[in-house]
Ligand binder design. Sequence first.
Ligand code: ZN
Length: 135
Amino acid sequence: MIDVSGREWLEDEYLELFKQGIIKESEVVRVKGIQGKRCERCLNQSEDWFATFIYKEKPVKYCRQCLDFKMIDDAQYLYRSIIPAPITEKSEILNQDFQLSFLQQRASDFAKGILNSSGIGMIWAVCIASQRKPK
Ligand SMILES: [Zn+2]
C-alpha cells in the first residue's frame, strides 16, 4: 500500500491514483494552484518568481520557484491529501545524542504542536550536515 498522507498532486497525477483506487475523492481537497499572489504548492509570494504566458489569448500565471516539480499555474488545481500521517508502534523513533540549537528546538516544538493538534504548518529551514563542534 502506498502512503499518500501529506502529499499533493496535479490533476493528471491525482486522476491516475484515483483510477488505480489508491486515493478516494473524500481524501483530498482541491485548491487553485496559484491563489492571488501565492503559489499553493511552494507558498511563494514573490512576484519575481512568477511569470506569465498567453494561452488561447488569455494570460496564464505560473510559479517559477517550484517549476522543477512540474509547472503549476493559476488555471490548474492541486489535489491535497487530507489523510494524516500514520504513527504506529512500528514508526521509527529518532534518538539524538546532541542538543538542539535554540532555533532547532523552536522548530521541533512547533512540529510537535502541529502533530498534537492535527493542524497544518510548515517549517522552512536549511539542513546542515552536523551540529557537532570539531575537537
Ligand atoms: Zn510554486
